[in-house]
Design a protein around this ligand. Structure first.
Ligand code: GSH
Length: 209
């Protein structure tokens, strides 16, 4: 049994989608980041950086923060969606790191300046808007030659997809990126993605282009 501490955000949804894909039993504990619940003393014990998501695996006693580390841990535990060795494993990790170090942080800033605080900082809007489009271009070129980012469907796709689901906040038109659009729609129709998207609560339907 896994305890998942999460909220209705891209980083949180990565983990609930993976747990649904793997069919691992879990309990979702909502941490409402709009009410600063991530700063409570109890949550700090599990997530020293005060951010969701975090997990506790009651079977092993291991607790983990950082969604990338959590995805690797759970995929290895189940022996699915992350090849065990060789180039296929490193290809998945390569694109997972691309999401963790590039796509997530840049799109997070795009949400901040283009969606929540439009007009407050024109330079930041231009910088993160441009960077969002550059990254969508990278993803589109990759998906022109591969069905999924690292070949077969993997934790790399699961890490990237919830960020792309906020394309409207990023002022990105998915019709400009036809390979991303094709990939996005295929993943959006997976039953595990639809269930995981609604954890810890339903906020609305999955946005479709
Ligand atoms: N690198 C971290 C980022 C986690 C993160 O930024 N979580 C956000 C929600 S998506 C959060 O908890 N924000 C609350 C805050 O910044 O106080 C990960 O991938 O797990």
């Amino acid at each position: 049994m896994i305890d998942l501490y999460t909220w209705t955000t891209p980083n949180g949804r990565k983990v609930s989608i993976l747990l649904e894909e793997l069919g691992l039993p879990y309990t979702a504990h909502p941490i409402d980041i709009n009410k600063d619940e991530q700063f409570t003393r109890d949550f700090l014990q599990i997530s020293p950086n005060n951010k969701i998501p975090a997990i506790v695996d009651r079977e092993t006693g291991i607790s983990l923060m950082e969604s990338g580390a959590i995805l690797i841990y759970l995929a290895d535990k189940a022996g699915q969606l992350l090849p065990r060795e060789g180039e296929p494993r490193y290809r998945v990790l390569e694109w997972l790191m691309w999401q963790m170090g590039g796509l997530g942080p840049m799109l997070g800033q795009a949400h901040h300046f283009l969606h929540f605080n439009k007009g407050a900082a024109p330079y930041a809007e231009e910088r993160f808007g441009k960077e969002a489009h550059r990254l969508y271009g990278v993803l589109d070129r990759r998906l022109a030659e591969h069905e999924f980012v690292a070949g077969a469907y993997s934790i790399a796709d699961i890490a990237i997809w919830p960020w792309v689901s906020r394309f409207a906040w990023q002022t990105v038109d998915l019709n400009q990126y036809p390979n991303v659009k094709r990939w996005y729609e295929v993943i959006a129709h997976r039953p595990a993605v639809q269930s995981g998207y609604d954890v810890p609560k339903k906020t609305g339907d999955i946005p479709m282009p």
